[in-house]
Design a protein around this ligand. Structure first.
Ligand code: ADE
Length: 224
């Protein structure tokens, strides 16, 4: 998987994604991350990429041409036209299922907006998917892009080790994950559930399944 992130804040994205599991996957070459600075594609010497909105109103609008050039700088190198995910609260709310679907792509372009918005014409020209991370408004698309890169990467073969494997995580089977315990056996008067100490594998599995169901019913009944 190769990610190409079009942004005005490339350091934010590359720094935020170079730690832990995703950072290691980049180091091992299982995924790659390219943060493209839209400002580098400005058509003026000042690197200005926004302007006042036609029709008036507060705030600035990111202009079409620098974004289009940044997009072409990436897409012209690729064999087939990539999916372009526009980070916007107006998009479809991102889910585990979408993460799995996007993980099948070879390349993904993320377009991160700022200011009041982006000139609609470049969105019409290049965007294939409008995606949101939830019904709240952020100051820019960088955090949503980082959230999605993280969730999608977990679904890319070779990113997670067997131990980290996604198979039984929350949402993977449509249920929330069962509770986990580690040493000590007793902590501040709280005991580890007896069954987990029994060594009886089948019973442990059955208990975990029940806990998953119970937890989902209690915390996220909408998932059932
Ligand atoms: N940009 C601003 N808010 C956003 C959100 N909730 N999801 C995706 N992109 C955004």
């Amino acid at each position: 998987m190769r990610y190409h992130i079009l942004t005005l804040f490339p350091e934010m994205v590359s720094q935020g994604l170079h730690e832990s599991i995703i950072g290691r996957a980049v180091d091992r070459g299982v995924i790659s991350l390219e943060a493209v600075n839209i400002r580098d594609y400005a058509d003026n010497e000042y690197g200005k990429v926004d302007d006042y909105p036609y029709g008036g109103g507060a705030g600035m609008v990111m202009q079409a041409e620098p974004i289009y050039r940044a997009y072409r700088a990436v897409s012209d190198r690729l064999e087939k036209p990539p999916r372009v995910l526009h980070m916007t609260p107006q998009g479809k709310v991102f889910t585990q299922q979408m993460a799995q679907e996007f993980a099948k792509e070879e390349d993904l372009i993320f377009l991160c907006g700022h200011y009041e918005g982006i000139d609609e014409r470049v969105l019409e020209e290049i965007v294939t998917d409008n995606v949101s991370i939830g019904d709240y408004v952020l100051t820019g698309g960088e955090l949503p892009a980082m959230v999605m890169v993280d969730a999608i990467s977990r679904m890319v073969p070779g990113v997670l080790s067997n131990r980290e494997s996604a198979m039984f995580d929350s949402f993977q089977d449509g249920l929330l994950e069962y509770p986990q315990y580690s040493r000590p056996r007793q902590w501040r008067g709280r005991e580890v559930p007896e069954i987990l100490l029994s060594g009886h594998h089948a019973n442990v599995e059955k208990w975990r399944r029940e806990q998953s169901l119970l937890r989902t019913k209690e915390r996220r009944p909408d998932l059932l």
